[in-house]
Design a binder for this molecule. Structure first.
Ligand code: FES
Length: 384
């Protein structure tokens, strides 16, 4: 590093800058949105949002992976909520019903009206693909071409081969999901991840004791930064870290961590300029699925790395379980950009209970995290 210049603090606090990032970064090119275990079988679906774009990913009855704007073509109500299995999507407002291939199956009490053609009102498609165990979407391209053979190069650039050889394994079963609402700009989480070799010895003493930090190396590619470190010899046989840990950051907001029998991923989703949601998915070698003690211990260790215990009271970590991540993000109350021409922002809450918005196929916990990453301190730091 030739000089100590930092980005302006406004890049971490200004809502206008976040809008620019959504437009220029997140809504261009491939974005990680989930894992294939969420849409393993026909009729599986999950929903999500990025900025003001709401999306639903599903596997139709023929087994084809599909992705759409999760917005009814009638008056722009949100269509699906949470995740699970459905044979069709029925709008909670006036009951228009869509197939999982996006076609409008039923337009309630509109059939026969002059100049209305049902075929013109299917769900608007989003390009979708998979790479390894990950589901990717492109919001700047609605073509439905099959792209699985080139998506690796488009998403990961020249790091595609390295990551393919780094044990990112589609056969690893998904163990659980944890979600954290963090009071910081999404880039602060990514910045922190990328300086792993710098902060781990001080901020994560227990983790550092299981690593040979002198072996820490960082490899950089166009869109990917890979950090690698060997485990301490005494930990290699028994520890969750295995012999070597690989931490891959994929621009702009996706992180893949492969260590020992584990793989976990972190997706940092901006909620607003000073808050983000980080989604952790944990995958484990099948041979250890019956070892519940090992799983519990490993998840507890991982949790310890993620959660900051307030220094003045370590006995009572400031965690608050929220009722539903979707509700806390206010995702359902925003109108997707695909519907900029409609008459008003449509607010139509989930009609299902809050509890059912939580993914049912995985254990999902959402926390507010009292974090060392909170934006105000960073803002102060950045302005120095
Ligand atoms: S049927 Fe969906 S908004 Fe009317």
């Amino acid at each position: 590093m030739a000089s100590a210049v930092t980005p302006p603090s406004g890049w971490y606090t200004d809502p206008g800058f976040l809008r620019l990032e959504l437009d220029r970064v997140f809504l261009r090119g491939w974005q990680a949105v989930g894992h294939i275990g969420q849409v393993k079988n026909p009729n599986d679906f999950f929903t999500g949002s990025l900025g003001n774009v709401e999306f639903v990913i599903c596997r139709d009855a023929n087994g084809k992976l599909q992705a759409f704007h999760n917005v009814c073509r009638h008056h722009a109500s949100l269509l699906a909520c949470g995740s699970g299995q459905k044979t069709c999507f029925q709008c909670p407002y006036h009951g228009w019903t869509y197939g999982l291939d996006g076609t409008l199956l039923k337009a309630t009490r509109i059939s026969g009206i002059k100049n209305f053609n049902k075929n013109d009102f299917g769900l608007l498609p989003i390009k979708v693909a998979t790479w390894g165990p990950f589901v990717l979407a492109r919001f700047d391209d609605s073509s439905q071409d099959t792209v699985d053979d080139v998506v690796g190069d488009e998403w990961l650039g020249s790091a595609s081969d390295l990551l393919s050889r780094s044990g990112i394994d589609t056969s690893l079963p998904h163990i659980c999901r944890r979600e954290y609402i963090i009071e910081c700009n999404w880039k602060v989480f990514c910045d922190n991840y990328l300086d792993g070799g710098y902060h781990v010895p001080y901020a994560h003493g227990a983790l550092a004791s299981g690593l040979q930090l002198q072996s820490y190396e960082t490899l950089t590619y166009e869109k990917v930064s890979v950090q690698r470190c060997e485990s301490a010899p005494e930990e290699q046989d028994i520890d969750r870290l295995g012999t070597k840990a690989t931490y891959a950051f994929v621009y702009p907001n996706f992180m893949i961590n492969r260590y020992g029998p584990w793989m976990d991923t972190n997706l940092a989703v901006p909620l607003d300029a000073t808050r983000c949601k980080v989604v952790f998915d944990y995958f484990l070698n099948e041979s250890l699925l019956d070892d519940q003690d090992f799983i519990d211990r490993s998840l507890k260790d991982s949790e310890q790395v993620q959660v900051y215990y307030h220094k003045t009271d370590r006995r009572s970590p400031r965690l608050k379980t929220l009722r539903c991540a979707r509700e806390s993000s206010g995702a359902w109350s925003r109108r997707p950009t695909a519907w900029a021409g409609t008459r008003r922002p449509w607010r139509w809450p989930c009609t299902t209970s809050t509890a059912s918005c939580t993914p049912t196929s995985v254990a999902s916990d959402t926390y507010v995290r009292r974090s060392i990453l909170c934006t105000p301190s960073v803002s102060k730091y950045k302005s120095l």
